[in-house]
Ligand binder design. Sequence first.
Ligand SMILES: NC(=O)CC[C@H](N)C(=O)O
Length: 371
Amino acid sequence: MKKAVLVLADGTVFEGRAFGAHGETVGEVVFNTSMMGYQEILTDPSYVGQVVTMAYPEMGNVGANPEDEEAGKPHAVGMVVRTLSEKSSNWRAQETLDAYLKRHGVAGIEGVDTRRLVRHLRVHGAQQGIISSENHTPAALAERARSAPGMEGLDLATGVSTKEPYTFTTPSQDVFGGAPRAARETRFDVVAYDYGLKRSMLQFLVDEGCRVTVVPASTTAEQVLARKPHGVFLANGPGDPAAVKGADRTVANLLGKVPVFGICLGHQILALALGGRTYKMKFGHRGANQPVKDLTTGKVEITAQNHGFAVDDASLKGKAVVTHINLNDGTVEGLSIPDARAFSVQYHPESSPGPHDARYLFSRFAKLMAQ
Ligand SMILES: NC(=O)CC[C@H](N)C(=O)O
């Protein structure tokens, strides 16, 4: 296999071998601690502009298949792994991870000391980096990584959002081949803002009896209210929440008029709509084992997460109730505005990949709409 390097903006060099597409890719280098679900991770549009390092050492073992995609293609711009499995061993696999990334033009590097890389990012913070199999000097690559734009101030959601509204009616699938879940009778019309959404979120809304109309990020509050929805869903998405054009004002104009449920970027935008603030975290939360405490019940959920920004707790005082916190670092994980029938979580109740502890939040949204 061809030699490749990963060079961080601070000049740190990691050597390895190229897989997937050969060539070069620049992005924010982040790490994910999930042991499985690399395909759901790679295809999550929230990874636009990011190079994902998988902390777990064995990757590619189950290959790739179309059912596990969260969107039509990988959105991460690069992948860093310790050991890449040459073969895929799974009855659902249609190709290897290597072939999958090659086909989609995504560069990977394997054989990297990912423990050292993850520790480096934890200490020095997520930063721009470049994967290259083109024999340039590390100094030149570090310079290019340094001149790449950082995540702060980047509106990436508007770019990946759907261009036209569409209706989504597919329930979640049983991947183990069981009978398809009986579709619930349609009870609610929901408008979902697409900031870069994961397909599984929509499937869980359909499971709750929602007919979902997905709309572009730039859709106005008036256009949404004209559809007379029972509820509005604010999806996940890439980039800086404060940079998504007009989103905070739009959501502010919806609050109080219709129940609102936000996840991840949607949660951050809801906070901004209330006059709250968001900030860039040092290295974010990405993985399937983040402990979150529900302050209203005292229960702890193990959650899937993928975010690099967070909502500033102090900025919400008097504007919203902080309902969930992260037990690792105390950051805000959920909020609610009871008067406005609105709530949101920073983590991923659809998991995909991850534990199912938080799936009940989709029913909570349905209950809110039924009231
Ligand atoms: N998954 C998401 O919606 C991520 C939200 C935002 N882009 C962040 O990094 O914090």
